[in-house]
Design a protein around this ligand. Structure first.
Ligand code: DAK
Length: 258
């Protein structure tokens, strides 16, 4: 597919997807959702890619779903937009780590997209929120669930019921953002984190992500059992042999995802 709304670049095991609809502050329209779905599926199958970065521009990570497009849609139209559900499902269960690098605005579906990623870095002053209530709807891409798990019931209630934004700094203090960096440095910082992640064993990365995500949705005893099973499974990989051998031989490991 010829990409009109996103850009893709890859370097040393890290793929960077840049949202690119500057005229609409990177609002997610159907075209962008289709392009993201296509690129994410392709990168999931590409063994040379071990970590992804999702970013936008300095002015906006993403101002949410495209209101111009949604304005004319009925409930039935929304129910029929199968690709939307496929997309949100796919990002939420993506097999490789994704670092979100925010700047400017991360609102509505934009924040939901960031929360579906695994690590969130933000430039100073980034405005973060779920403003859907201001246009007569509620979050539809997981915001009521993921935000509540991230910041707790009361802050989530305040953000979602009032529709007001918080800053990157406040989001960091709430545990919603990993790190706040100076304006213009969010992508550089994300590249450093992603390069570190990309140097690890891909199978271990995948299973670690799976186990942490399970903690979000299961009882502790079930999560612990799941972790144990995945932990044992890693002892069947060559990467485990290589990682431990490299440690004992005092050299850097070369993980192959086997
Ligand atoms: N949609 C479409 N266009 C948008 C947009 C959006 N979300 N946000 C900004 N734009 C456009 C503006 O219309 C304007 O276009 P022109 O008028 O120049 O043609 C251009 O971007 C620049 O925006 P502003 O002139 O408004 O810029 P300001 O700096 O004054 O304000 C702002 C920036 C971000 C505060 C403001 O643009 C704003 O409030 N934007 C709307 C934010 C918002 O309400 N976001 C939530 C949208 S609802 C689902 C999953 C998810 C969702 C839905 C369903 N399913 C799985 C079913 C998600 C829903 C949402 O995100």
């Amino acid at each position: 597919m010829d990409h009109q709304t996103i850009a893709l670049s890859t370097e040393g095991g890290v793929a960077t997807i840049t949202l690119n609809r500057p005229e609409a502050l990177n609002a997610l329209n159907q075209r962008m959702v289709s392009e993201l779905t296509e690129v994410l599926s392709m990168l999931a199958k590409n063994d040379s890619v071990r970590c992804l970065i999702l970013t936008g521009s300095e002015k906006a990570f993403c101002a949410g779903a495209d209101i111009r497009e949604m304005a004319g849609q009925s409930a039935v139209d929304m129910i029929r937009t199968e690709h939307l559900h496929t997309f949100w499902e796919m990002v939420g269960r993506y097999p490789k780590p994704i670092v979100a690098a925010l700047s400017g605005y991360a609102l509505g579906g934009g924040l939901e997209l960031a929360m579906s990623c695994d690590i969130i870095l933000a430039a100073e002053g980034t405005k973060i929120g779920q403003p859907e209530i201001n246009i007569g709807i509620i979050p539809g891409g997981g915001g009521t669930q993921r935000l509540t798990r991230a910041v707790g019931k009361y802050k989530a209630m305040e953000m979602i019921l009032t529709g007001s934004n918080i800053t990157a700094e406040e989001a960091r203090s709430l545990g919603l953002v990993n790190r706040v960096v100076p304006v213009g440095q969010h992508l550089e910082e994300a590249k450093k984190v992603a390069a570190t992640i990309a140097s690890k064993g891909p199978v271990a990365l995948k299973l670690a992500k799976q186990a942490i995500n399970r903690a979000q949705e299961s009882a502790l005893s079930e999560g612990l059992e799941y972790e144990r099973e995945l932990f044992y499974l890693l002892f069947a990989t060559k990467d485990k042999d290589e990682g431990m051998k490299a440690f004992l031989e005092k050299r850097r490991p070369e993980f192959k995802g086997e």
